[in-house]
Design a protein around this ligand. Structure first.
Ligand SMILES: [Zn+2]
Length: 274
């Protein structure tokens, strides 16, 4: 898959040529760059192994205490002006995040008058960072103000990108150190901003997994798995964070004080502080 990566400019030129005639995504399956373009009827037109790979990335993203993945996919289901339903998967490439690439792609469709008002389903294996939230926010506003197209986005994710989870703070998890308070605040602000602009944000639940499983045609039994347990915890964390009552937004809780004390003690013990 890596060997067939093109840059986004090349893809757009190719797309523009095709879109001017008739949008036939099935003709560009081999342009798996930043993007795997999926076939008709909302089903991905990829090799089985590739579909499984995308699914596994979603499944293993954000399990408690896990590392940040270096591959992020946006799997997006949308309707074209001719009423055809399409699914694409856009991945990160170099330093551009998958959401940024996806917005560029959708904007091209908008310019070509191929994206009617609708709710776009958007699965991404990490919640958008602040910069990507800004891109999404700008795109929705642009669609509405410049093109008169009202777009809603139903975005679901199995992990929060660089956000300090309340449950981790309660448990004084050591991996929290990898997320700065500044990143946390910026990312939460970005999510709140797009939520106010009509993006429905939620953590993936059983229905979401069943949808992704269907799109990717893979088998997966969800109930009772570690993913299922993680999702329940994640969902509570996310609601807590978005309600605006979370301590890192401005107040310091006893847990945080204890955690910071714990971190300082550890640094002291390891000789980092004298
Ligand atoms: Zn991002």
């Amino acid at each position: 898959m890596e060997t067939s990566i093109l840059n986004i400019g090349e893809l757009f030129l190719h797309l523009l040529q095709r879109l001017k005639k008739e949008i036939d995504f099935s003709q560009i399956n081999n342009l798996i760059l930043v993007m795997d373009v999926m076939g008709q009827h909302g089903k991905m037109d990829l090799q089985k192994a590739e579909k499984q790979k995308v699914f596994d990335i979603f499944l293993n993203s954000g399990l408690h205490g896990g590392c940040w993945p270096n591959i992020v996919y946006s799997v997006i289901s949308f309707r074209l002006s001719d009423n055809c339903q399409r699914v694409i998967a856009v991945r990160n490439h170099n330093k551009r995040h998958s959401e940024h690439n996806a917005v560029d792609f959708l904007r091209e469709l908008l310019i070509l008058e191929s994206l009617p008002p609708q709710t776009i389903k958007w699965y991404v294996n990490f919640s958008p960072c602040r910069n990507c939230s800004d891109k999404i926010d700008g795109f929705i506003t642009e669609a509405r103000t410049l093109y008169g197209i009202r777009l809603q986005i139903d975005m679901q994710f199995p992990c929060l990108y660089k956000i300090r989870r309340p449950s981790c703070e309660r448990e004084l998890c050591s991996h929290l150190q990898s997320v700065s308070t500044l990143d946390h605040r910026r990312n939460i602000e970005g999510l709140r901003q797009i939520q106010q602009n009509g993006v429905m944000l939620r953590t993936i639940d059983e229905g979401g997994w069943s949808d992704i499983r269907e799109i990717l045609s893979v088998a997966f039994s969800y109930r009772g798995t570690p993913r299922n347990t993680e999702d329940v915890r994640l969902n509570k964390d996310f609601h807590h964070l978005m309600s605006g009552n979370h301590s890192t937004d401005g107040f310091v809780t006893l847990e945080q004080l204890l955690q910071e004390f714990h971190q300082i003690t550890e640094k002291f013990k390891s000789g980092l502080l004298i």
